[in-house]
Design a binder for this molecule. Sequence first.
Ligand code: HEC
Ligand code: HEC
Length: 356
Amino acid sequence: MKKGLYFIVILFVAFSCREGDLVDTEYNPTPYIVEGTEYLGPFPVPPDNQLTHEGIKLGQHLFYDPILSANNSMSCASCHLPEKAFTDGNAVSVGIDGIAGIRSAMSLVNAAYFTKGLFWDGRSDNLEEQALLPVEDEIELHHNWGDVIEEFKEHPTYPQMFREAFGIEDKEEIRKELAAKALAQFQRIIISGNSKFDRVNNGIGAFNEEQFVGLETFFDVNPLIADGECGHCHNDPLFTTNQYFDNGIQDAKTLTEYTDIGLANVTNRNLDYGKMRAPTLRNIELTAPYMHDGRFQTLEEVVEHYSKGGHATPNRDPLIRELGFSEEQKTGLVAFMKALTDTSYLDNPYVRNPFK
Ligand code: HEC
Ligand code: HEC
């Protein structure tokens, strides 16, 4: 009887003092209220990954921390720079080993709204799933999650931050899925909905002449000038439908000539060869060079492409054809796209680099 009691006491002491225990740190997450979405509307949040200050803060640190790369040289932010609307300014991105990928880094602004697949070809379903990929991608961070998790466990602050965000009771409960959830939370709060375009829509200020001609062309609202057709694929309010199209940029006369088959990677259908997700045009001024392979340096070149209609590829969308814009329309379209710039997301301290 007495022996049994000792045993329980020893067990209790051993249990409460075991290495890795985090219960001394408080777990009381505060819901995060997203701001700046008045014009954009609400976005979906997975029931098992609600936004909290603690989750976002953890995600913010992970996003900017080179701990996620094999040689501690790169973080997510190396290819997704906040001041460039989270792109990197390169035609295609280069990873930790100096090897170039085949595609251009995508903007993460308003990513919460990209609900019909992520990446140019839509091969990832959501931000939680996507966040697992760059760490082990051989031409990106080229690390492995097993080692990253071990580094988290030994880190002076991450174990507590995982506890505050997700309520784990022991370091051993740190999982890559929790890191991915935090990264997803961080990305969901990068909101941009206060550009000149939004302000004019809210009755504040007005477009200048150039911007107005651009708007008329973009949304096909003036029967006296050539239609731009842009708004069908890059529609208001996100300036993307999140749908996939072939906009005639690849010089492919047959299916086999597409250098990047895009959506067909995922669906395997002939009809999807060369289709890419139409990207948002919000903050497009900041994300040069353009298209999935960064082939165009300027917005003027992009507009010239749409004016001429590009290549007659097998899957080119009917909206992409020789539209023949006037010079006024070309300058107008560029001016209108620049009216979609809004960097107020940088004012949110949760969005910026926490290590600076
Ligand atoms: C070496 C550069 C590089 C690094 C590092 C990197 N990315 Fe990316 N990211 C890219 C490129 C390139 C694409 C487009 C790839 C494609 O479509 O195949 C992309 C696409 C994305 C997308 C899809 C966006 C959309 O609109 O569909 C998300 C989300 C994303 N990255 C988040 C992250 C996160 C989170 C990290 C860190 C864990 C990260 N990236 C690290 C280059 C990088
Ligand atoms: C049929 C749908 C469609 C129409 C119409 C269309 N686009 Fe696009 N747009 C796309 C797709 C798809 C891409 C990405 C293609 C790629 O990279 O392979 C794209 C890419 C872009 C890009 C580069 C985005 C980036 O992040 O690199 C800009 C800028 C752009 N379009 C502007 C316009 C303008 C301006 C118009 C009207 C003159 C227009 N688009 C009409 C589907 C369309």
